[in-house]
Design a protein around this ligand. Sequence first.
Ligand code: ADP
Ligand code: ADP
Length: 232
Amino acid sequence: EIVIEKLSKTYRSKDGTVEALKNVNLSIESGDIYGIIGMSGAGKSTLVRCMNFLERPTEGRVLIKGKSLGDFSKKGLRKQREEIGMIFQHFNLLMQKSVLENVCFPLYIQGKRKKEARKKAYELLKLVGLSDKEQAYPSQLSGGQKQRVAIARALASNPKILLCDEATSALDPQTTSSILELLKEINSQMGITIVIITHQMSVVREICSHVAIMKDGEVVEQGLVTEIFSHP
Ligand code: ADP
Ligand code: ADP
């Protein structure tokens, strides 16, 4: 469960200050598929970076299973970050490495041996439907296939939470649907909590149970998707 309490983030630069987040309060239940929607500049990426403990909020805190950033040692924080997988709009794959090695990469960082890492990577590639592409390089794959590799890589450290930052924004509608379908499966079969950051209403409608609407650093509405986006 993720609880965001009175979260504020102010960026200061020589040009002045930007209040990227203003008193944001959210509660995301374990096992949920939670959407965070808003236009560009609404503060979504800042919120994600705070959720991943990559950024320190100016005020307030993010609690993951009751623990906040400040509660962790450096080592504990690294361990905690392993429990949060991330996927991005532009996939962020290693272009010089094969699909298999991309998925193995986080496992090597964790100190897993080659044989063990590869076994796990094969399993994950099977899960995302890319068993036949393990030797391919990212440049040989379609956008949807690249995102599947990124999903497999994000799952390699057995995360409890998967943060998806505009993960379908670079994909056509049909590929978007197939990726959302995969995320649904991951959520229901593996019990992974999924947080979807997007500017696309259709994505929220298609897979999220709850949604928060962000505008100018604030959450202006939140609740069940069926209630917030219902049409009388
Ligand atoms: P649709 O027309 O696709 O059914 P709407 O555009 O009516 O959906 O949006 C539903 C609700 O969400 C409305 O209350 C709208 O004001 C609000 N909303 C949509 N996008 C944003 C946004 N980026 N920031 C703030 N509120 C939004
Ligand atoms: P979104 O992801 O919804 O597009 P962001 O979180 O990226 O929103 O940005 C929210 C606001 O904070 C924007 O006005 C943006 O320009 C500003 N901002 C984001 N990151 C920084 C930064 N590192 N330094 C200064 N301003 C920033």
